[in-house]
Design a protein around this ligand. Structure first.
Ligand SMILES: Nc1ncnc2c1ncn2[C@@H]1O[C@H](COP(=O)(O)OP(=O)(O)OP(=O)(O)O)[C@@H](O)[C@H]1O
Ligand SMILES: O=C(O)C1=C[C@@H](O)[C@@H](O)[C@H](O)C1
Ligand SMILES: [Mg+2]
Length: 238
């Protein structure tokens, strides 16, 4: 789309390993680390530093339906980890110099999607950071590949009733203009959930304090990193 600039060319980014699962240097204190999973201190004994080390500079990329909490929970997650937070929708609006509603109205959805893929590809190169994607971003195979190469996709999922309640308080998403929010969400869910399910981590974005969802993400990340195979170097040092 004219007007949506990227600092780097779009397309698939150089891979650092298929989904990266087996390449995180994670087993720094071996199985003992598993004891920390599920405790109140979801960051574990060595706090954000240890988790970030385990993630090896990868971005944490929130995906999920509109209203799942990608932006609001993502901002809190980044604050806890003391890494930058970037919202892809806001970056697209900044790059285009207009709101998403205006992009849809002026250029159409296909042009928005092209711009979205390019902008996300560019942001992923600036990690480690927490990236909140737009609700439809993960549907792009190019974007999924770029996320797998540079980060970990975390599917924030929520019950339809919860999403409807959250969405009906907002007016800034063109997809929900003049339509029945529940029907639209069901339609989106049918198409998108099987694709969101490709994300290696799924966390339920329940109602209640957003900090609880952040805690659930941190525990899931720790579990995920614990499940990874140690690199040969780590195995040697254990
Ligand atoms: N866990 C939660 N508990 C209560 N309210 C929440 C929770 N998560 C998000 N919300 C609220 O739901 C609304 C939608 O959240 P948010 O904008 O973060 O969703 P999103 O996934 O970024 O949506 P979009 O794809 O449209 O950008 C906000 O008003 C936010 O405060
Ligand atoms: O679900 C979607 O397709 C969208 C969600 C928003 O985050 C925006 O990216 C845009 O409104 C499209
Ligand atoms: Mg958002």
């Amino acid at each position: 789309m004219p007007g949506i600039a990227t600092r780097s060319p779009g397309g698939v980014l150089p891979s650092r390993g298929a989904c990266g699962r087996a390449r995180y240097p994670v087993r720094c204190c071996g199985a003992r680390r598993a004891l920390h999973v599920g405790r109140e201190d979801s960051l574990g004994h060595d706090g954000p530093k240890g988790l970030l080390q385990a993630l090896d500079g990868r971005n944490l990329v929130l995906v999920g339906l509109p209203g799942a909490g990608k932006s609001s929970v993502g901002r809190r997650l980044a604050a806890q980890l003391a890494i930058p937070f970037v919202d892809a929708d806001s970056e697209i609006e900044k790059a285009a110099g207009m709101s998403i509603s205006d992009i849809f109205a002026t250029h159409g959805e296909a042009a928005f999607r092209e711009g979205e893929t390019r902008v996300i590809s560019r942001i992923l190169q600036d990690g480690p950071l927490v990236l909140a994607t737009g609700g439809g971003a993960f549907m792009s195979a190019d974007t999924r590949r770029a996320i797998a190469a540079h980060g970990i996709a975390i599917w924030l999922d929520a019950a339809t009733d919860i999403l409807v309640a959250r969405i009906s308080k907002r007016t800034h998403r063109p997809m929900f203009h003049n339509v029945d929010a529940r029907a639209k969400l069901k339609e989106l869910r049918a198409v998108r959930d099987p694709v969101f399910a490709e994300a290696p981590i799924r966390v339920v974005s329940s109602s209640g304090p957003q900090e609880r969802v952040v805690g659930a993400i941190l525990r899931a990340l720790r579990q995920y990193s614990l499940a990874a195979e140690p690199t040969p170097q780590q195995a040697a040092s254990q």
